[in-house]
Design a protein around this ligand. Structure first.
Ligand code: PRP
Length: 211
């Protein structure tokens, strides 16, 4: 039997994924050690391999077949737009993609003004403003702490992930519009899905039952 390889998103999603896998009898003790510098972990008995990657790289590994299966946020799946199958909503990592800003920016969204939008997700933001709202905007790509942009005057609004809303609240900003709900998803390489269909569908079935 060949190894099935999982690419997990580094951080909280990975821990929640390991918890779920444990519920269906798949364990990878080594991986839970936060101090380890090891990159890849093997479960010899079940012929499974696991590695951790940055979120945006997970769909890339899966598209090329370097990983058969990936666990990654819906935001990243939409932004990366890779040729992969999304097969299961894991229900954790729940949050929302939103247009946010100061209350004073709300009118710019109503009157179709040419505003600046800062975001880590230019593709999602472009799709939302151009295709859904028919509003031409100037997109500014940032890599983190997006909430800063409207505070210092880089942009009128931002498109970003909102979980508890406390980052917005603590910075005098709020949700102006919701783009879409988000959560962690399981993705599969299309060729793996054909070649190892039985093994992968059985895994999906077990994970679904454990959710
Ligand atoms: C994310 C997101 C928001 C925050 C939302 O940032 O970009 O800033 O979390 O969470 P909240 O609604 O619970 O406050 P993250 O912490 O991932 O870091 P980043 O700013 O570097 O993107």
């Amino acid at each position: 039997m060949r190894y099935l390889t999982f690419a997990l998103t580094k951080g909280r999603l990975a821990y929640q994924t390991l918890e779920l896998l444990e519920k269906i009898g798949i364990s990878c003790e080594e991986m839970k050690d936060k101090k380890t510098r090891k990159l890849i972990f093997v479960n010899e008995e079940l012929k499974l391999r696991f590695f951790l990657a940055k979120g945006p790289d997970v769909p890339t590994y899966v598209e090329y077949g370097a990983a058969d299966i990936g666990i990654v946020g819906k935001d990243t799946i939409m932004e990366e737009n890779r040729n992969i199958y999304e097969v299961l909503d894991l229900g954790f990592g729940k949050c929302r993609m939103c247009v946010c800003g100061p209350e004073s920016a709300r009118e710019y969204l109503l009157h179709n003004q040419l505003i600046r939008v800062a975001t880590k997700y230019p593709k999602i933001a472009k799709d939302y403003f151009y295709n859904k709202k028919n509003q031409t905007v100037e997109l500014i790509k940032l890599n983190g702490s997006i909430e800063l942009a409207p505070i210092v005057g880089l942009s009128e609004v931002i498109v970003d992930i909102v979980e508890t809303g406390s980052t917005l609240r603590e910075n005098g900003l709020g949700v102006l519009e919701e783009v879409c709900p988000l959560s962690a998803r399981m993705v599969v390489n299309p060729v793996s899905m054909k070649m190892d269909n039985e093994r992968i569908t059985s895994l999906i079935r077990q994970m679904k039952a454990a959710l």
